[in-house]
Design a protein around this ligand. Structure first.
Ligand code: ZN
Length: 321
């Protein structure tokens, strides 16, 4: 199936080395009401420099799964893609209960939300004509920002079922945000199973910081993908632990895993300081860390190039296919 990239249709075979979870622009819901915002021209230019840098390192595509309520800016993504030559795939979907899901959507039923998701995939986001290439879902809290341990809330479940129905209508994949300290990978799959979703189209994201083999085995044995997509965020989990899990899984034959950083180019509205600690404690949290440090470390640990190619290139292609 052709993929909707921010700059038009593309074939899954042309994705190449893909970072499956990165962000060009993010803002907490309400940022757009803040008169203080980024210098757009400047931020586009510096994002282009960063994208050209990873292109030099072999990255051909990134997925920016920013949900519609978290500072998503598809025109920003398209401009950066156009000027840098890196493909960018943007998402539809809503964020978690604690931080996102505006009231308008809370008042809708599952099919109403699904209709909007499908519209963004088939017709485009707003009046931009830029189509979403995948659907984001989210559950759980964020350590240090919101309470944790609430399970999948009813509002989150409604958005998951809407994502499942929009997926069945359009065929695009689903990407799940989880809280590493209370992840809901298997419960999310239970909901998707009830909605008849093909698990080959589901990535259980933010899995690398979980560090629990039982969790990984269950998700993989059910046929979904694992996102090891926060390399560099040392404040959540050390890269050493991520590597231990990854090398262990590869060693016993599990390779349905995709890599990324969940790195962030710019923050919308004024800086509210939430990410300061995370940034300070994570000096390698950037778009090139996997290419520069993680892949060489995997090779040094004996992971063959063919397996690295599976993680970085073949898996994203098969997830979107
Ligand atoms: Zn993210």
């Amino acid at each position: 199936m052709a993929i909707n990239s921010a700059t038009g249709k593309m074939n899954p075979e042309d994705l190449g080395f893909t970072l499956v979870h990165e962000h060009l622009s993010v803002g907490w819901p309400g940022w757009e009401l803040d008169p203080k915002d980024i210098d757009r021209k400047k931020e586009v230019a510096s994002a282009v420099v960063k994208m050209k840098e990873i292109r030099e390192l072999g990255v051909k595509s990134i997925v920016d799964p920013c949900p519609m309520d978290l500072g998503r800016d598809v025109e920003f993504a398209a401009e950066v893609s156009d000027k840098s030559g890196v493909n960018v795939i943007v998402a539809t979907g809503l964020y978690n209960d604690a931080l996102g899901i505006p009231q308008h959507f809370r008042l809708m039923d599952i099919d109403g939300i699904a209709e909007i998701y499908a519209h963004e995939i088939q017709e485009g986001v707003g009046k931009t004509g830029i189509r979403a290439g995948l659907i984001k879902v989210a559950s759980g809290g964020i350590k240090g920002v919101t309470p944790q341990g609430a399970g999948i809330t009813s509002a989150e479940e409604k958005c998951m079922r809407a994502a499942a129905r929009a997926h069945r209508k359009t065929g695009v994949p689903i990407l799940c945000h989880n809280d590493e300290f209370d992840p809901h990978g298997s419960k999310s799959l239970d909901i998707f199973a009830e909605e008849g979703v093909d698990f080959n189209k589901v990535m259980i994201g933010h899995s690398c910081g979980v560090g629990d083999m039982r969790y990984y085995f269950e998700v993989l044995q059910r046929g979904a993908w694992l996102g090891f997509d926060r390399f560099g965020i040392e404040t959540i989990c050390s890269d050493k632990m991520r590597m231990a899990s990854l090398i262990g899984l590869l060693g016993v034959g599990f390779d349905r895993i995709m890599l990324s950083h969940d790195a962030l180019h710019c923050w919308r509205g004024r800086d509210t300081g939430v990410l300061d600690g995370m940034m300070k404690g994570s000096p390698n949290w950037n778009f090139s860390h996997i290419s520069r440090n993680i892949l060489p470390a995997l090779r040094k640990s004996g992971v063959p190039d063919a397996q690295i190619n599976t993680l970085t290139t073949n898996n994203p292609m098969n997830y979107f296919k």
